[in-house]
Design a binder for this molecule. Structure first.
Ligand SMILES: *Cc1c(COP(=O)(O)O)cnc(C)c1O
Length: 363
């Protein structure tokens, strides 16, 4: 069994993908050519924002958003303690200080009620992560951001395709960022990412920043980066996006099967009312997960842990001297969660095999 089956997907879309990729090769427009512009147009239409800007990765999408908002040395940015490292890393890379906030036990997303206590004169904004494919509490987050005049970014690397109270993930805040890493819900065949916004000025600035701050050739208005989306990846993504809604439904069906088959064996994902998940991960929890993971491994069933350490425990942040007791929910999540195979092409029989394996491990 595969944790994520990328081969099956390629077999299905192979003809379309080869055609689009070959068109890029033939055009010789390898850098910021028409494939990127076409994909951006499709992405903005799909999400419903004025603008979508392709870029080199989900990590660079976060970096570019923070650069556009002029985050600098000494600024503080509030982020969840339980996320992929890149969210914190890009804040630190700009010399700013990530301020970690504990999560909610049911969704694993940042707890908006804990944010206000962490705001001070240096706080510039909040990056909320929509973890495992479920959007964070953006009504509450927007309220606190507006009250203190902070920016609010959605790190939607895992939630492309999710919705929150009838609105699309990536379009919930002034800037939304996503990733096209192959294993994400909308994956490329290499690295890629995108930034979504309705703000024309920010869009312009981000377009300059991702191309060495250039506003015209060899006219550098800002210090930027090389953060462009590759044209070949854009061609792949154009095809994948056409099939995305169908894949989203298939993932939803797989999640439903897991929900049914797992009963009360383990702590299952809790999707809040008003949310629909993109199911980047189907993550469960159990207080003795190692035993279950080992048994599944013996049966040839792969699992993964997202994530084995909260951010505040990472060695890179040792100098902040943070204490586990301030992050009880993310600490316990990091000890108990594990993710089961999740992709659109899982069969009901495979889901039953996983559930039976878990039952045996616990029995
Ligand atoms: C994957 C991921 C990223 C980074 O995306 P890349 O495309 O791998 O750079 C950032 N944040 C979260 C929450 C992620 O899951």
């Amino acid at each position: 069994m595969q944790f994520i089956d990328l081969r099956k997907q390629y077999e299905l879309y192979k003809d379309e993908i080869r055609q689009e990729v070959d068109a890029v090769f033939q055009s010789c427009r390898y850098i910021l050519g028409p494939a990127v512009a076409e994909l951006e147009n499709d992405l903005a239409g799909y999400i419903g924002t004025e603008c979508a800007i392709g870029c080199s990765s989900g990590t660079d999408a976060i970096l570019l958003a923070l650069m556009a908002l002029e985050v600098k040395t000494g600024d503080e940015v509030i982020i969840p303690d339980f996320t992929f490292f890149a969210t914190a890393e890009m804040v630190s890379l700009l010399g700013a200080v990530p301020v970690f906030v504990d999560i909610q036990p049911d969704t694993y997303n940042i707890n908006p009620e804990l944010i206000e206590a962490r705001i001070n004169g240096r706080t510039r904004g909040i990056i909320a992560v929509s973890l495992y494919g479920q959007c964070a509490d953006f009504d509450e987050l927007t309220e606190v951001a507006e009250k203190y005049n902070l920016f609010l970014i959605e790190d939607a690397a895992q939630s492309f395709g999710a919705s929150y109270k009838g609105r699309n993930s990536c379009a919930l805040t002034e800037i939304g960022t996503t990733s096209f890493y192959p294993a994400k819900p909308l994956g490329a065949y290499g690295d890629g990412g995108a930034i979504f916004t309705n703000d024309g000025e920010l869009t312009q600035k981000i377009r300059f920043l991702l191309n060495h701050g250039q506003e015209g050739s060899y006219q550098h208005r800002y210090i930027g980066i090389n953060g462009r989306l590759d044209s070949v990846q854009a061609a792949v993504l154009k095809v994948k996006l056409r099939h995305f809604d169908e894949e989203k439904e298939m993932r939803q069906r797989v999640a439903q099967w897991y929900n049914e088959e797992l009963g009360e064996l383990v702590g299952k994902p809790h999707i809040r009312e008003g949310n629909s998940s993109s199911w980047a991960q189907y993550t469960v929890r159990y207080f003795e997960r190692d035993r279950v993971i080992q048994h599944l491994k013996d049966l040839g069933i792969p699992t993964a842990i997202h994530y084995p350490k909260p951010i505040h425990q990472q060695e890179a942040y040792a100098d902040l001297g943070l204490d586990d007791k301030d992050y009880p929910i993310s600490v316990s999540a990091s000890r108990e969660v594990f993710s089961l195979p999740m992709h659109p092409f899982l069969t009901r029989e495979e889901v039953q095999t996983v559930a039976a394996g878990i039952k045996e491990a616990l029995g």
